[in-house]
Design a protein around this ligand. Structure first.
Ligand code: GLU
Length: 495
């Protein structure tokens, strides 16, 4: 069944860099918008100015763009509901708060800090949950007017129904009911006239015509308040969908900042989108991975590109259970998408990683090398250590690995010299010819192929693990191959 075009929003607070949890939230919103021909709105929620982190906003915009999650309305692109930065909508929020006061759904509260502190202490001593006692809710109009006339600072509090319960329906979790007695008359506007998050978000969602709110389940405790605000205004409720946060790779507990730092340091992984990009993961792999962390299609198909995700995604198959972050799975998808990449494109993507590793990689040569390494790398960062030898003037060999197994250094040197002579005389360096000639040489010297090829690999590539040896030799060319084998033999003779 095709749905009506949705209007969804991703509403990050710029209090940190975009992590995989946020990226998945953005992705699900994006998919639903694209699938239904709707709109994906990006709203920056910066009402908590004290928690803002410099650079976080730029980081988020860049990370979303890199993932291909382009927003239809929001910062940098504008739209009919601008501004899309919450702090710039403060006057709208204040007007909404006052509207609720006029409607008798909210009230001015003049309680001083001292009174509230005393109340809290008393509640602590009596082992009661901390909550506002409704003192100003009962003020008479005359009392309130007097306080206002005296210029007493005031906040606006929401009038939470004292009795009964509030039920909200979540698309993947069903009905969620809380007793209203557990919610207090929470503040919606501070004394400085700035709105608190609950009101700001609901007012913005309404004013921006948001039809579906897909967000992290850390917002579940706020959900009844959000529903009560919408109902107090008489506004329709969006479809709610609260996604489970991820658990640590071990499956135990929520990922902390320290866990995240350790991950980057020890495992070469990251939960931050910009770092996954730096490491050299493909946006397609990250998207595929994130899509399946909390959603499944048919328990069979796992490889999806963006077009397929747009077609296949549905809230009905979003799983409310928390998934553990599984980086092996990310590597799997990286492999899938990396092998699908056209060679010239992969070569272009890899080039900067060689530069960063201090290797001058000739673009034409790199394009010929890519088919040899495309199957053998997981991330872009893996490429220079594997294929840097193609571009270096010489390679560093470990002499121990130049030794032919079960032979002395002199014998090994002699064997390398035989290989040198053979390759020098070979009519072509075409890899199958090289393979045939060296295999025959191994047989003639009564060596197992590996006994001969391992030291040759070390001499030519400086590595114990390399792309296929004979193809590598063909690409390196006879001159370089001979020079490196000669250098290897010399190293052995000097032992
Ligand atoms: N600004 C909130 C956050 O960053 C979003 C809450 C919501 O989506 O309603 O978590």
């Amino acid at each position: 069944m095709t749905m009506q075009p949705v209007r969804v929003r991703f509403a990050p607070s710029p209090t940190g860099f975009l992590h995989i949890g946020g990226a998945r939230t953005a992705l699900y919103n994006y998919l639903l918008a694209r699938q239904t021909g709707g709109s994906f709105v990006l709203r920056i929620e910066d009402t908590d100015q004290e928690r803002l982190v410099p650079g976080a906003l730029e980081n988020m915009l860049a990370a979303l763009r890199w993932l291909g999650l382009q927003w239809d309305e929001g910062p940098q692109v504008g739209g009919p509901h601008a501004p899309y930065v919450q702090s710039e909508r403060a006057a709208l929020h204040r007007a909404r708060a006052e509207q609720l006061v006029l409607a008798g759904k909210a009230y001015y509260c003049y309680c001083t800090r001292e009174r509230l502190d005393a109340l809290r202490t008393e509640q602590r001593v009596l082992k009661r949950p901390p909550r506002y006692d409704g003192h100003c809710r009962g003020l008479s109009a005359a009392e309130a007017a007097q306080l206002r006339a005296a210029g007493t600072p005031a906040v606006i509090r929401f009038k939470t129904p004292a009795d009964g319960s509030t039920t909200v329906t979540d698309a993947i979790r069903g009905d969620i009911t809380v007793q209203n007695s557990t919610l207090d008359d929470f503040i919606i506007l501070k004394s400085d006239g700035l709105s608190l998050y609950h009101l700001a978000a609901m007012a913005d969602d309404h004013d921006m015509g948001i039809t579906h709110v897909i967000r992290a389940d850390e917002w579940l405790p706020s959900l009844p308040k959000h529903a009560l605000i919408l109902r107090a205004f008489g506004w329709p409720e969006p479809v709610w969908c609260h996604l489970s946060v991820f658990r640590k790779p071990s499956g135990k507990g929520k990922m902390s900042k320290r866990d995240a730092a350790e991950l980057r340091g020890t495992e070469g992984h990251s939960i931050f989108v910009h770092e996954l990009r730096e490491i050299g993961y493909l946006p397609a792999a990250v998207l595929n991975w994130l899509a399946l962390m909390g959603w499944s299609y048919d328990d069979q198909k796992e490889d999806f590109d963006m077009a397929e995700l747009v077609r296949c995604f549905s809230l009905a198959r979003v799983n409310p259970a928390a998934a553990a972050v599984n980086f092996e799975k990310l590597d799997h998808f990286q492999g899938v998408h990396l092998r699908r990449m056209p060679v010239p494109l992969l070569a272009t993507e890899l080039a900067p990683y060689f530069v960063a590793a201090g290797v001058q990689a000739d673009p034409a040569m790199l394009e010929r090398i890519v088919p040899l390494i495309q199957e053998r790398i997981t991330t872009f960062e893996d490429a220079p250590p594997l294929a840097g030898f193609f571009f270096r003037a010489s390679v560093d060999c470990s002499s121990a690995d130049l030794l032919v197994k079960d032979k002395t250094a002199d014998e090994s040197a002699a064997i390398l010299q035989r290989a040198h002579a053979l390759l020098a005389a070979l009519p072509t360096m075409q890899h199958s010819a090289v393979n045939a000639a060296l295999t025959a040489l191994a047989a003639e010297l009564a060596l197992k192929p590996g006994q001969l090829f391992s030291p040759l690999r070390m001499a030519v590539t400086g590595q114990k693990v390399s792309p296929p040896l004979f193809e590598s030799m063909e690409l390196l060319g006879r001159e370089v191959v001979l020079a490196r084998i000669a250098a290897g033999a010399q190293l052995l003779q000097a032992l």
